[in-house]
Design a protein around this ligand. Structure first.
Ligand SMILES: Cc1cc2nc3c(=O)[nH]c(=O)nc-3n(C[C@H](O)[C@H](O)[C@H](O)COP(=O)(O)OP(=O)(O)OC[C@H]3O[C@@H](n4cnc5c(N)ncnc54)[C@H](O)[C@@H]3O)c2cc1C
Length: 394
C-alpha cells in the first residue's frame, strides 16, 4: 500500500487525508493542534454567539471516522531533498511515497503586534478578544479599532473579510445592549481602498454600511507601530485605541522559509497548476504537493487564499497523486476554480460576495444570510464526520 504524509490538520490537510484514505492510501497526518479550527465561523466567539468547542472538530474523532494515522506534534524542519521531516518531539518521519504540505501561513510581523489581538491568529485569540470586549463593556465606554494589513510581496495573503465581519457583529452586540453610543468604532487599513478586490460594487456598499452604522474609516496610511493605547502611522499621526483588533497579512510559513522548498518572494511554496511543488533542480523530488494557504497562488490580481480554494486544491492533489500512481497523466488544476466566495456576516444578516474573472457581486441577505452561514458551519462539521452526506463540491 502506498503511503502519504500530510503535514497540517486544517481545511486543506483534512480534505486531502479524507480523499486519499478513500483511495486506500496509508495516510499519516501531523498537526500541532488536536483539533481542526473552523475559522470562518470563529467570528462569533468574541461576541458570545458561539462557544469555542462549536468551532472545533476533534482530530481524534476525524481519525477514527476516516481511519488515518494521526500524530499530534509540530513539524520543526523539512528536508525535501531527502524526504525527511523532523517533529518538535525529536521524531523523524521519512520514506513516504508522497507528501502533502498543508500547514497554512505565518503572519507578517509588525512592530508592537503584541499590543493587538487577531481574529485570524491562533484560535485562543478569539477567546482573548471576547474577554477584552467584556472588560470594555464592563467599563462602559471605549474606543475600539479594527483593521488589517497588507503583504506587498503577495497580495493574495491579505485577509480583511473577517475584520469587517467581527466589526459588524460587535456593532450589533453593542446596539442590542443599548450601549453602542458609548463606543467609538473605527476601521483602519494602510491601503487607500481596503476591500477593493471584492469589486467596485462591494467597495461602495461597504462605505455606505460604515456611514450608516457610524463607524469611522481611516485608510491609506502605512502603520508604523502598535502601542497599548494607540496606533501610530507613517507620518506620526495616530489613532487612540483602548483595544486594537488587527489582522496581519499572511506570510510564508516559518518552517518553509527555513527549508529547501522553492518559494515566491513572500515565502509561499511555488507549485504548478496541479499543486505539485516545482523545483528548478530536476534531481529534486517530484512527489511533494502544497495546498491551501501554504502555497503561492497564481492568477488574477484579486485572487485570495480561501477555505474553499484550499479544499479544491486538496481534492485535486489527492486526485493527481492517484493518477500518478496509476501511470496516468490526466491531472486536475486549481486555477480554473479561483474565485472569491464568502458570506460576510454581520450578526443580524450577511452579504453574499462573489468574484471571478467575469463578474463581481455583493448581494445583501438580511437575517437569512446569518442563518445560512450558521447552517454551513454545522454542515461542515457534520459532513466531515460523515454524519450527513456531502453535497458535491462543498
Ligand atoms: C477568521 C477567518 C475567517 C475566514 N472566513 C472564510 C470564509 O468565509 N470563506 C473562506 O473560503 N475562507 C475563509 N477564511 C480562510 C480559510 O479559513 C483559510 O483559507 C483556510 O483555513 C486555509 O486552510 P489551510 O488548511 O491551508 O490552513 P489552516 O486552516 O491555517 O490550517 C493549517 C493547519 O496546520 C497546522 N500547523 C501549522 N503549523 C504547523 C506545524 N509546524 N506543524 C504541524 N502542524 C502545523 C495548524 O495547526 C492548522 O491546523 C477565513 C479565515 C479566517 C482566519
Amino acid at each position: 500500500m502506498k503511503s502519504v504524509l500530510v503535514l497540517g490538520g486544517g481545511f486543506a490537510g483534512i480534505e486531502a487525508a479524507i480523499y486519499l484514505k478513500k483511495a486506500n492510501y496509508n495516510v499519516t497526518l501531523v498537526s500541532d493542534r488536536d483539533y481542526l479550527f473552523i475559522y470562518p465561523t470563529s467570528i462569533w466567539i468574541p461576541t458570545g454567539n458561539a462557544k469555542f468547542s462549536d468551532i472545533c472538530i476533534d482530530l481524534n474523532e476525524l481519525k477514527n471516522v476516516h481511519n488515518f494515522n494521526l500524530i499530534v506534534d509540530g513539524v520543526q524542519t523539512i528536508d525535501a531533498k531527502n524526504n525527511s521531516y523532523t517533529l518538535k518531539s525529536g521524531k523523524t518521519l521519512e520514506g513516504f511515497s508522497h507528501v502533502v504540505l498543508a500547514m497554512g501561513a505565518s503572519k507578517m510581523k509588525h512592530k508592537g503586534i503584541e499590543n493587538t489581538l487577531s481574529i485570524c491568529g491562533t484560535p485562543e485569540q478569539s477567546l482573548q478578544i471576547r474577554d477584552k470586549l467584556d472588560e470594555l463593556i464592563k467599563k462602559g465606554s471605549a474606543k475600539i479599532c479594527f483593521g488589517f494589513g497588507g503583504n506587498p510581496k503577495d497580495t493574495s495573503a491579505v485577509r480583511g473579510g473577517p475584520g469587517f465581519e467581527l466589526l459588524f457583529n460587535v456593532h450589533n452586540m453593542l446596539k442590542k445592549k443599548g450601549i453602542r453610543n458609548n463606543f467609538e468604532l473605527t476601521f483602519f487599513a494602510p491601503m487607500p481602498e481596503p476591500g477593493k478586490r471584492l469589486g467596485p460594487k462591494a467597495l461602495k456598499m461597504m462605505d455606505s454600511f460604515f456611514k450608516e452604522l457610524n463607524i469611522k474609516q481611516h485608510y491609506g496610511k502605512k502603520i508604523k507601530e502598535f502601542k497599548g493605547d494607540s496606533i501610530i502611522f507613517e507620518d506620526d499621526s495616530f489613532l487612540e485605541s483602548d483595544f486594537t483588533m488587527f489582522i496581519a497579512a499572511g506570510d510564508g510559513h516559518d518552517v518553509v522559509k527555513d527549508s529547501d522548498l522553492p518559494t515566491n518572494e513572500a515565502g509561499f511554496i511555488s507549485i504548478d497548476d496541479n499543486c505539485r511543488v516545482i523545483f528548478e533542480d530536476s534531481n529534486m523530488p517530484k512527489n511533494i504537493y502544497a495546498i491551501g494557504d501554504i502555497a503561492a497562488l497564481q492568477g488574477a490580481d484579486w485572487r485570495a487564499k480561501q477555505g474553499h480554494i484550499a479544499e479544491v486544491m486538496a481534492r485535486n492533489a489527492a486526485f493527481n497523486i492517484i493518477q500518478t500512481d496509476k501511470g496516468l497523466s490526466d491531472f486536475k488544476g486549481y486555477q480554473e476554480h479561483l474565485n472569491i466566495l464568502c458570506v460576510m456576516d454581520s450578526g443580524n444578516g450577511a452579504s453574499f460576495i462573489y468574484r471571478d474573472s467575469t463578474k463581481a457581486m455583493m448581494i445583501p441577505l438580511p437575517i437569512v444570510g446569518h442563518w445560512l452561514k450558521r447552517a454551513w458551519g454545522k454542515y461542515y462539521k457534520l459532513s466531515k464526520l460523515n454524519k450527513t452526506p456531502r453535497i458535491p463540491g462543498m
